[in-house]
Ligand binder design. Structure first.
Ligand code: NAP
Length: 224
């Protein structure tokens, strides 16, 4: 039996990833920071709930202890930080807050679950990034010019490559869901959360000869 854990999974794209991994026959831990929301969402879809706030190292440690063994980790939890944080108007505390969740949170969770993943026969890690974090897209002027969310996803891409280099027997990749209608963007996205989940699910179920250290949406590789 393959066991997966998805962070920030009580709603949005994370919840859809949980549903799609369950449909593939996996045992899935739906991780959420709010027990009430998490327990309800897990009961609704047939997942196991585990409390995990990616910015709270003790909750991450306890979640790893509860889960015990793991094959698939999806680092999905993420925040935008709200305001734009354009260069020249930067709010450094707000930027730091976004990095705490989107970058340092992913490192905290990955470090805690690496010992479990190393014991798996087919370990997979998926980091939910965004095409806005692509430096190529930034240079082309295709992304909002923000110092918080955008560079946090660029840093997350680098973190992804770093873990992939360190753990060559694992498949560790970054996924872009596309622009999906969720609470993150006031439901302005033109794709559904279920459509957004598919790239992550593909990377979570890669064969042993699948890629590692890459950045993908559902159509294939994205420029860094
Ligand atoms: P969402 O609906 O706002 O869901 C975000 C989830 O992250 C929620 O469950 C939230 O929990 C959780 N979360 C936030 N901070 C957390 C923390 N400290 N610890 C644990 N969980 C935390 O957003 P979404 O659109 O599904 O986004 C999911 C991922 O996809 C994010 O990484 C996002 O950056 C990425 N993404 C989304 C889009 C898009 O168009 N929607 C595009 C590109 C990338 P609460 O309910 O407790 O707040």
């Amino acid at each position: 039996m393959t066991t997966a854990l998805v962070t920030g999974a009580n709603k949005g794209i994370g919840l859809e990833i949980v549903k799609q991994l369950i449909a593939k026959g996996m045992t899935v831990y739906l991780a959420a920071r709010d027990p009430e929301k998490g327990e309800k969402a897990a009961a609704d879809v047939g997942a196991r709930f585990v409390r995990l706030d990616v910015t709270d190292a003790e909750s991450v440690r306890q979640a790893a202890e509860t889960v015990g063994s793991l094959d698939v980790l999806v680092n999905n939890a993420g925040i935008t930080g709200g305001r734009a944080n354009a260069p020249g108007e930067a709010d450094v505390d707000a930027i730091r807050n976004v990095f705490e969740t989107n970058v340092f949170g992913v490192v905290t969770v990955t470090e805690a679950f690496l010992p479990l993943l190393r014991r798996s026969a087919r370990p997979r890690v998926v980091n939910m990034s965004s095409m806005v974090g692509s430096l190529a897209n930034m240079l082309a002027g295709d992304t909002p010019n923000s110092l918080a969310y955008v560079p946090s996803k660029t840093a997350l891409n680098a973190v992804t490559v770093s873990y992939a280099r360190a753990e060559p027997s694992m498949r560790i990749n970054a996924a872009c869901p596309g622009y999906c209608a969720t609470d993150l963007n006031g439901h302005r996205g033109h794709r559904t959360a279920a459509q957004g989940a598919t790239a992550a699910v593909t990377l979570a179920t890669l064969d042993d000869d699948g890629p590692t250290g890459g950045f993908y949406d559902e159509d294939g590789p994205i420029a860094w």
